[in-house]
Design a binder for this molecule. Sequence first.
Ligand code: SF4
Length: 317
Amino acid sequence: MGSKMVVFISGECGDSCYYCPVSEGRFGKDFAYANERKVTELEDFIYESYRMNALGAGITGGDPLLHLDRVVELITLLKDEFGRSYHIHLYTTGRYASMDALTELAKAGLDEIRFHPVKEQYLSAVERALRLGIDVGLELPAIPGEEERISQLVNWARNKGVKFVNLNELELTERNFQSLNSRGFRIGHGLAGVSGSFEASMRVLEKFHEAEISLHYCSSVYKDVVETRTRFIRTLRASGKPYEEVTGEGTSLRAVVKASVDLSEFGERSGDAFVVSPSLVNLLPKEKIDEIWMVEELPYGQRLSEKLVYSKSKDSQ
Ligand code: SF4
């Protein structure tokens, strides 16, 4: 997923899971995001995809099928722009996945559909999708104490020919922590993983380790840290400025230099300063430099820190 663009098509959803990890700012609201960037036009997704040199897209929400027309148009746009090999998957509960809706999605070029069947009756949508020849997977929250129910679903999926099942570590977020705490769930793994969720997944994985179904465990740390970082690094490599140094954390570092001479040969002018690659700082004519600031940012312009690393006035004291 680190090489794919995350399409948040809308926060609207017809369900209300107590463990829902979608943030307060997004859940229930008809806002769209291309990766971290809020967008208003479908074409903005094309721009963002180029910006990160994406190999595909994962469409999420909310329940994207509440906006079927928008999703179908977007899949068509992305496939027209980037070709058939641009891999697109979509998450849904199945609540709105009628045969007509699924057929439209398949016709537009959807490659894979991942169901999070919040209710048993949504499983009929999984069966419908299986008839259409697109890849079908299940996304199941690894709720501690529900291993039996999860195992039944994995078994069902295997018998139906579902391609894969992902067991997702339950994640405590600002929005769901009260609801999870009131059920006795606490943080126990990584930054936000719920205690017991990893162990519940392992018990299910063990049960099916010889079964013919692809069963994966997805930790909240992996999703939030590894995938996001990989995507940030990819974005910076694809569209970062030459003077931006990419860190292993997926941030960019650059030096902002105030000087009494023209430093265009080292970097780019920006207002009353020059932006220079940190690796070139040692080559600058020190006697002409007034200040050097080291600036760290996320690929979306969000500034994380700015540190004064050299000041002529301090140096001469
Ligand atoms: S289906 Fe997904 S988006 Fe909707 S409430 Fe449940 S977890 Fe949240």
